[in-house]
Design a protein around this ligand. Sequence first.
Ligand code: FAD
Length: 222
Amino acid sequence: MEKIVKIKELENVTHDVLRIATEKPAGLTYSPGQAVDIAINNPDWKKEIRTFTFTSLPDDDYVEFTIKTYTSHNGVTNQLRSLKVGDELALYDVYGSIAYKGEGIFLAGGAGITPFLAILRSLEKQGKTGGNKLIFANRTKADIIRENTFKKMLGNNFINVLSDEKSPGYEYGYISAELIKKHIDEHTKYFYVCGPDPMMVAMEKHLSNLGISFDFIVKEAF
Ligand SMILES: Cc1cc2nc3c(=O)[nH]c(=O)nc-3n(C[C@H](O)[C@H](O)[C@H](O)COP(=O)(O)OP(=O)(O)OC[C@H]3O[C@@H](n4cnc5c(N)ncnc54)[C@H](O)[C@@H]3O)c2cc1C
């Protein structure tokens, strides 16, 4: 069912990522890791529906999205950049295949971090971040979404991998099977994977090569 909400806050998280906070519609329920279909509520854009993950928590009295915008073409995310506080979004179905099952390693690429941001925020709130680890792949440091938040939550269990920038304290290249293997320990039961298609394909191959059963992989392609 359509729920119209007003934008309450709109700010930059990185050079191309927006944080949009809206009113929370009555009756909305979701679990950390889930997403919702969204349209901009104006006549020109209403038919263009895209999916974004809640990065707020179900108990929050607002709804938050963390959205990577593509300014190279006039799609929905580019259009979101021109919205202002008070403009409206239409929310539709809630869904998503990523949910927390237990400790493990989160493997994220770019905006694929958003379900993990929600899940890890929820675990932090419950004091249950435990031995979870996050391996986060980006092009450069400037592309890392919520770096300080994850550092604070996870400390040394937060590993950054940069493909286009060499920097001390950051792994260089793509997430490899070796890197994943290095971080497997007694806490590792599940592997959570989210990112663009090529990254998903690579991660599934690495996990298969490491002998990880499909039963322990939780994934969603962006
Ligand atoms: C379950 C789920 C949850 C998601 N959650 C999030 C989230 O929380 N945050 C988030 O940022 N994203 C999320 N996504 C991805 C998000 O839905 C898409 O990035 C978004 O729909 C893009 O919309 P768009 O209209 O701007 O681009 P689209 O027009 O839909 O294009 C998408 C892709 O194609 C490229 N592209 C298409 N046409 C052109 C063109 N002419 N020139 C250049 N490039 C082009 C874009 O660069 C982009 O990579 C999620 C996806 C799924 C499936």
